[in-house]
Design a protein around this ligand. Structure first.
Ligand SMILES: [Zn+2]
Ligand SMILES: [Zn+2]
Length: 184
């Protein structure tokens, strides 16, 4: 599979955050490819615990679903951490932008050569641009401030959940970010 060979070539898996739908495959990926698993320091304890902790969601719904065994994962000891502003080498480099709110250690990644932003779960695009349910975020009020620092010279925005945006869509994306309330 192309995806596997790509990961194997780079020997690194950069996790945007420690939520089950983003990390449940991490242990198996490392076993199969020998890849290093990297994550922001603030989400590292979650990755290593194999579940989102009780304080990891701002709402009761979030805390409830995290008790479900199917939302737990094989604990992974991260091979390293990444920090805001860091350039992770490989494939032309990925710039790390720390965007707390969805989780404490959420990061978005900017592929500088192509001006492609990988949003993780900082923004969803399932039909419309949205921040996602506040109850599932660790600190929803941090989200608008985190997004305010995103670059404004992007060519493509790719989402973990939703269809990507390209050049002509960029004004709508910037407008969404600009119109977020100071806290929501
Ligand atoms: Zn998430
Ligand atoms: Zn997700």
């Amino acid at each position: 599979m192309q995806a596997n060979s790509c990961i194997s070539d780079r020997h690194r898996v950069l996790l945007t955050h420690a939520h089950p739908d983003h990390v449940q495959g991490a242990a198996e990926l490392r076993r199969r490819t020998g890849a290093e698993i990297l994550i922001h320091e603030a989400d590292r304890p979650w990755l290593e615990a194999g579940r989102v902790p009780a304080h990891g969601r701002s709402g009761a719904l979030g805390r409830l679903i995290d008790r479900l065994p199917k939302l737990h994962w094989t604990p992974v000891a991260a091979d390293g951490t990444v920090a805001d502003g860091e350039l992770v080498e490989g494939a032309g480099g990925l710039r790390v932008l720390h965007t707390p709110g969805h989780t404490p250690g959420h990061i978005v990644l900017l592929h500088e050569p192509t001006r492609t932003l990988l949003t993780g779960d900082a923004v969803f695009h399932r039909g419309a641009l949205a921040l996602g349910p506040a109850a599932l975020a660790s600190d929803p009020e941090l989200r608008p401030g985190s997004l305010a620092k995103l670059p404004r010279d992007l060519a493509t925005v790719a989402f973990a959940h939703g269809t990507q945006l390209t050049q002509s869509d960029m004004p709508a994306f910037y407008q969404f970010v600009d119109r977020l309330p100071a806290s929501s």
